[in-house]
Design a protein around this ligand. Sequence first.
Ligand code: ADP
Length: 251
Amino acid sequence: MVKFDNVTKSYGTLTVLDSLNLEIAPNEKVAIIGPSGSGKTTVLRMLMTLERINDGVIYVDGDPLTHMQKNGKLVPADERYLRKVRGNIGMVFQHFNLFPHMSAMKNCMEAPIHVLGLSKKEAAERAAELLDMVGLGDKKDQYPSQLSGGQQQRVAIARALAMRPKVMLFDEVTSALDPELVGEVLNVIRKLGTEHNLTMLMVTHQMGFAREFADRVCFFYGGKIAEAGKPDEIFNEPKEERTRQFLSAVL
Ligand code: ADP
């Protein structure tokens, strides 16, 4: 479903992703862990096409994401192409980034109406169903300021799902939450994982959750995958010294 083919991203002389190769199967749940500054968030940002990569190609569902076909050749994607393919990717951020002047419902209806061209009625039905799914059926008309952090984050998840993305990205979605609100957000992600066929890629500091939820864990170090494997392999028998050091510092 997702393929990073030799992807390099630099800022000036700083190489943040260094010839990254990563393939994610349909419906696979991949957790990205690693020290601060190792490039974890950059992986998600590149998939969101928020910035251009310097080298390599990213594919989603077999189609190039960062590039487009022109006269039989792959050339860097233009804005028009990016606008089209971006809809395949849903992202939830650490800070919920909801529209403050819109109710939970309106937050979830905005993009389906304006980007997908759904009618108001269709968008409202979809939004209501998703808000029910994340356990906020009774909060549809509330504004973000009237909701707790955990509830806002659940609205953000519903909003991303309203675009029916093929891939969902989660960037440290519980980091800004009070500890007692973390569980309700992880429960929603867990439910999504079991009840919906979704490919998920998450950057997380929640090692317990990564271990229990992910099919595969990738440990990033210096813009590369230093080690990847099943959660039990990474957490119980890490092969790399760097992985061991990281895990002993955070566990
Ligand atoms: P992580 O998510 O693992 O903490 P990031 O992907 O956010 O790491 O960042 C990786 C590296 O890229 C860091 O050294 C960071 O300072 C650098 N970086 C990220 N974004 C920018 C930017 N817009 N300009 C310059 N450097 C950046």
